[in-house]
Design a protein around this ligand. Structure first.
Ligand SMILES: NC(=O)c1ccc[n+]([C@@H]2O[C@H](COP(=O)([O-])OP(=O)(O)OC[C@H]3O[C@@H](n4cnc5c(N)ncnc54)[C@H](O)[C@@H]3O)[C@@H](O)[C@H]2O)c1
Ligand SMILES: O=c1ccn([C@@H]2O[C@H](COP(=O)(O)OP(=O)(O)O[C@H]3O[C@H](CO)[C@@H](O)[C@H](O)[C@H]3O)[C@@H](O)[C@H]2O)c(=O)[nH]1
Length: 447
């Protein structure tokens, strides 16, 4: 099939390359000429493991091109809408202006009978607006939300947990269901489950899944606070909880909390949707999830001050990690940078290192110093914060690190290090929710 992918960011570039690997002829379109320039030469414009190999394969097979020229999409059988839907600058709602402009362009150019398939994350009811924006074009419409995670996006796209088709009317073997089955034939053949549902259900599946993931994280982070207050250890608590298969071990890592271009803005959009639909419980629930999450950032900044004797003014603080999670260069709503900025605002001299994200961060945050190597960041530090748990930070040698710093004090806000090994090397080590900075439980006033 000939397929267009409109919007080639973290989602669309991976989707385009994956479709080409399935044997389709793909044209990726983006309004960002620099991004397109990279992709057209076979380079990923951002760090995503495995993406460059997939881009190279697509180019070599002559099945993958990138351009800013929408007219190249005119003869496509399917158009995937993958543009951003960020949080509005003035409220919780999702900003749909990129989607509107992409849909209007596709509506103007698409050939009769083509399918337009949305992948962007949208509030419930958006598909009806997209239908209007398509301006009466003779096209089929479907919504096919995406669940990939950055850092494992290629694997998640090649072996997804499920495919969701939101369609007008679910006729097996007809209309958009048939078209999507043809697009995803190799995945369906491999046994990937597919759910065919209404537009509203498809829109809500995506929002509800992210809201559940965010809920799980804020829940464990609330438990971490409780553990600190009670002198218990959240890492043992979650390990034991997770052995119950109804709970499971994944997505239970307590720490600094969630960030990125998806969960924070999606739970806020979900709140706004719930308010619009007068479902107060979801609004309040998501509000609590958000405030616990933001509270973790405050908590880490407060602990950092405590570890510096109450004041951060003039202290040299080394921050390990700038990306919102390991294995990506994405700094959108990065908890690590949020904490770094709080410390800088409190007068600390903050030196941040990250294996991949420094280029994205240094121009935007002149109040922070960036160092390419962990050794450069650790040099002379009076406090070390581990804020993004890259594998190379997990593997740091505490003895060698201790020789670089001025004071061997570390706050491991991702509970990623081995506390015993760091303490044995002479460090004052603290985790989050590991109960080590509190009075013993016997001294607590209970009841
Ligand atoms: N990043 C993820 O892991 C992920 C996963 C699942 C779903 N999503 C959803 O996918 C959507 C895209 O997210 P992203 O992270 O890729 O965002 P992104 O900002 O990385 O990419 C969006 C791209 O769209 C381009 N664009 C904007 N308007 C355009 C237009 N009219 N025509 C062509 N290109 C246009 C931008 O230049 C940008 O490159 C969002 O709705 C997001 O919530 C993202
Ligand atoms: O146990 C955990 C797992 C994750 N995180 C944090 O949670 C955030 C989000 O992580 P993750 O979900 O792995 O990354 P994303 O790439 O943002 O993916 C989420 O958002 C995407 C966009 O909607 C969805 O497609 C994915 O299914 C959903 O997992 C990051 O800041 C992580 O550090 C934790 O704190 N503890």
């Amino acid at each position: 099939m000939k397929i267009s992918v409109i919007g080639c960011g973290y989602l669309g570039a991976v989707h385009a390359a994956t479709l080409a690997s399935m044997g389709h002829d793909v044209v990726g379109i983006d309004t960002d000429a620099e991004k397109v320039g990279h992709l057209a030469r076979g380079f990923a414009p951002f760090f995503e493991p495995g993406l460059e190999d997939l881009l190279a394969d697509g180019r070599a097979a002559r099945r993958l091109v990138f351009s800013t020229d929408m007219s190249l999409t005119a003869d496509c059988d399917v158009h995937f809408l993958c543009v951003g839907t960020p949080q509005s600058k003035t409220s919780d709602v999702a900003d749909l202006t990129y989607l509107e402009s992409a849909a209007r362009e596709v509506g103007r150019l698409a050939k009769p009978g083509a399918a337009v398939v949305g992948k962007s994350t949208v509030p419930v009811g958006t598909v009806q607006k997209v239908r209007e924006w398509l301006g009466g074009a003779d096209v089929e419409l479907a919504w096919n939300p995406e669940f990939l995670r950055q850092g494992t996006a290629v694997k998640d796209s090649l072996v997804p947990d499920r495919l969701v088709y939101g369609v007008e009317e679910a006729y097996e073997g007809q209309g958009t269901v048939r078209i999507l089955d043809e697009v995803y034939a190799p995945l369906l053949h491999a046994g990937v489950p597919r759910i065919v549902c209404s537009f509203a259900t498809a829109e809500l599946i995506k929002s509800a899944a992210n809201a559940y993931l965010a809920t799980k994280l804020s829940y464990v982070n609330a438990m971490a606070e409780l553990c600190d207050a009670a002198g218990a250890d959240v890492t043992q608590l979650t390990a034991a909880m997770g052995l119950d298969p109804r709970i499971g071990q994944r997505y239970l890592a307590a720490g600094l909390g969630f960030g990125g271009g998806c969960l924070p803005k999606d739970i806020r959009s979900f709140r706004a949707q719930a308010r619009g639909l007068a479902v107060d419980s979801v609004d309040e629930w998501m509000g609590l999830v958000d405030s616990i999450n933001v509270g973790q950032r405050e908590r880490v900044a407060d602990l950092a001050a405590e570890l510096c004797g109450g004041s951060l003014a003039g202290r040299r603080v080394a921050v390990l990690g700038a990306a919102f999670k390991p294995d990506t260069d994405d700094i959108r709503d990065s908890p690590a940078l949020d904490v770094s900025l709080r410390l800088a605002a409190a007068g600390a001299h903050v030196v941040v290192t990250d294996p991949r994200a420094i280029n994205n961060a240094w121009m935007r945050f002149p109040q922070l110093q960036f160092e390419p190597s962990p050794a450069g960041a650790l040099d002379g530090a009076e406090l070390v914060l581990l804020l993004t748990e890259w594998a190379e930070y997990r593997a740091l040698d505490p003895v060698a690190a201790g020789a670089l710093v001025r004071r061997p004090v570390i706050l491991d806000a991702r509970n990623a290090l081995d506390p015993a090994a760091w303490r044995a090397a002479g460090w004052d080590y603290s985790g989050l929710g590991t109960g080590l900075r509190t009075q013993p439980v016997d001294n607590l006033q209970l009841g």
